[in-house]
Design a protein around this ligand. Sequence first.
Ligand SMILES: Cc1cc2nc3c(=O)[nH]c(=O)nc-3n(C[C@H](O)[C@H](O)[C@H](O)COP(=O)(O)OP(=O)(O)OC[C@H]3O[C@@H](n4cnc5c(N)ncnc54)[C@H](O)[C@@H]3O)c2cc1C
Length: 427
Amino acid sequence: MSEHILEIDASQFDHLVGKAPLAVVDFYSDECPPCEALAPKYEALASVYGEDVKFVKIFRQKNRELAESLGVKGSPSVLFFRDGQRVGETLSGGIRRSSLQNQLDTLVGPEKAQALRAMETSRETRCDVLVVGAGPAGLTAALYAAQAKASVIVVDGALAGGAMGSTHQIANYPGFAKPVPGWQLAENFREQASQAGVQWRLASEITRLDLGDRSAVIDGLETIRAKKIVLAMGTSPRALGVPGEKELLGKGISTCATCDAKYMVDKDVVVIGGGDAALEESQLIAQFARKVTIVHRRDEFRAKPQLVEAAAANPKIEFLMETRPTLFRKNGDEMEVELLSPSGEVQTHRAGGVFLFVGMLPNVDLARDHLEFAPDGTVQVDEWRRTNVPHVFAVGDLVSKPVRQVTMAVADGTVAGIMAARELSEN
Ligand SMILES: Cc1cc2nc3c(=O)[nH]c(=O)nc-3n(C[C@H](O)[C@H](O)[C@H](O)COP(=O)(O)OP(=O)(O)OC[C@H]3O[C@@H](n4cnc5c(N)ncnc54)[C@H](O)[C@@H]3O)c2cc1C
């Protein structure tokens, strides 16, 4: 650990943090992937800001009373202090370097911040395979390449797991007799890849990606040069294009049940969509909500029949078929959704929250200039998941496929990981 970081316990807190002019405290835990993702960033920033700010780490599991007294509920949680008083925002979860650095800049003041930023040195790292995206496709490609003795770095703007990691339960991934929570499956994937030697840059921003010279700049400071690149950035929720949707996203409208279902206790909820995600995630929302109304524009669901049957059997879930939303607006704490029925009538439906599950779009913005695309907007690849750019592969939901499932993502990652390693050994 950096000489600028002090590991302390609760008994030293008042003396060391309470009396420091400026301090930052990281409450961390064991076996905590977001804590592991934060550790190198905390160290790097300690070596820049450590002369001016006291950097402290506290093991949360052994100092619970102190953590609770400071309102710390999860690990990691990073707290900022000026003259013993809490200042700024508490950071938690998958903490990005830029978020931490912005808070440190505020702590030291603009002039000092500018001087310290000027001292930061950039560095260059080389690897055989750079994987962009740590969902099941990227994690599998990384695993296969690393097991074939390639040096592999995986970078993700979030933590490992992708859409799989934020799915409530996965009941169809082979090898698990009972449904497995998405985060657990993600952690198994990550741990297995770590054991194979994969290196991580998680909760990190790719500030530039050049597929031509196969380099990526991470957090504006580290340039990674790779012999092969595997693109595995998955998809993002598609927008409906209905008035009010953009403005109210995150303020009454959500696309993530795992994140927001818990806020729906005893509320009426509207779910828009008719595919697997809409039907599956409605079950999770119904665990909290009083009632869930699934609104679907067609007269039949696209979802798997067993998901439709399960939703129909849930007394808290209702269906409104051949109906589409035409407007979202807020009325106090409530959402109002204008719904157009098959008869052409528009009715206002009140809800505590609205969830949209209306399809996904490939995340290709980072690499748009270089790649060829299929008509559906996915990245064009051959049977080995090679793109038109030499040495660059694309896998998972980024690539056209009849169904988007973890098993399909894993299959793509397998093919690309094996081929990337094979090409490396041939050169
Ligand atoms: C709500 C929901 C429920 C689902 N339920 C199931 C299920 O029960 N069973 C099943 O088999 N499948 C399910 N799926 C589908 C499954 O999760 C996906 O098919 C699978 O996760 C795709 O894997 P992927 O690796 O291609 O992409 P993703 O899992 O989407 O991972 C992409 C990763 O890339 C990262 N990324 C994106 N852009 C960048 C960038 N610019 N820089 C760095 N990183 C970036 C993202 O942060 C993410 O971690 C579900 C999907 C959803 C949305």
